[in-house]
Design a protein around this ligand. Structure first.
Ligand code: GRF
Length: 297
């Protein structure tokens, strides 16, 4: 039994003896005091007042006496803890346990930045695709053109914009600014500048571009917008399409991730071909980004 009590109260053998002595002395002293109190107050034996004084001493006197006796036996901290428990149960003492603020939900979403300098229809599709997705968040739009349509999209969507300037981009890649947002996957969706080595070094295998033709054909410097589709039609190609690829230090050159094709008809103009290609981009780009992320890319 003593072992059990020692364990229950988490005390040593000596402390257990002192605790038991405190209880014994307190019990005796309280019984004696309850009798004496009635006498000192000259109350009618067994009358209502007599009983009341006894009960009050037994209930409340006991709580005070145990602290005094516990103090004498060097066990005040133990009995104060014990008293606090009783007072809390009687709701005479408030629970002072610190109330910790509710834990903030941990934001583990994968953060992506979209680089775009034009209309931003692809950017819009990507934003739409991940809008309800709690695992992927578009946290930044990087743009080099202060008049680009994509800036209106970013404003409407409440996505911060990083307006970049060529010299600084080539020198620093705005690495610090991008990393600050937590973005670690950079999506080029209609971004026309060459990506500087410093940015590629800082996001190895984490920069993806979409090109509106089937690479390795019809890529390279100056191959963007209608120039690409004009070249495809001029070359008499029966097929065009899209290429999603990793970015390396050359224009439209990194490892291909995905391609999709569309027919080039006799009557196609650069504009009509652009429409077909755009439809492929809008359909596949968000899906492929999701696949890459799911695959740990
Ligand atoms: C797309 O055709 C893309 O392939 C190319 O730039 C174009 C951007 O179009 N890199 P948008 O601004 O997304 O409408």
């Amino acid at each position: 039994m003593f072992q059990k009590l020692k364990k229950h109260w988490n005390v040593t053998g000596k402390q257990l003896v002192l605790i038991l002595c405190t209880f014994a002395v307190t019990g005796t002293l309280t019984a004696w005091l309850s009798k004496k109190a009635a006498e000192w107050l000259v109350l009618d034996k067994y009358g209502a007042a007599w009983w009341l004084s006894k009960v009050l001493v037994l209930i409340f006197g006991y709580q005070v006496i145990i602290l005094v006796v516990g103090f004498i036996f060097g066990m005040f901290p133990f009995f104060w803890k014990y008293e606090k428990k009783i007072l809390k149960r009687m709701r005479l003492l408030k629970d002072t346990k610190p109330v910790l603020p509710a834990a903030e939900p941990v934001d583990t979403a994968r953060r992506i930045a979209i680089f775009a300098s034009g209309t931003g229809s692809n950017a819009q599709k990507i934003i739409d695709h991940f809008r309800e997705n709690s695992f992927v968040k578009v946290v930044l739009v990087v743009c080099n053109n202060p008049h680009a349509g994509v800036l209106n999209i970013a404003a409407r969507e409440g996505i911060p914009v990083l307006l970049i300037e060529k010299k600084k981009f080539n020198e620093t890649g705005y690495v610090k600014e991008i990393k600050k947002t937590g973005a670690d996957l950079l999506i080029l969706a209609g971004f026309l500048w060459k990506v500087p080595p410093v940015l590629i070094r800082n996001f190895p295998h984490h920069i993806i571009n979409i090109h509106p033709a089937l690479l390795p054909g019809f890529g390279g410097k100056g191959m963007y917008g209608n120039a690409v589709h004009t070249a495809v039609i001029k070359a008499g190609k029966k097929e065009s399409g899209i290429t999603i690829h990793y970015v390396d230090e050359e224009y439209d050159h990194g490892a291909v991730i995905f391609q999709a094709t569309c027919a080039v008809d006799k009557e196609d103009t650069p504009e009509s071909l652009a429409e077909k290609v755009h439809a492929l981009e809008h359909h596949y780009f968000p899906l492929k980004i999701e696949e890459i992320i799911k695959a740990g890319g």
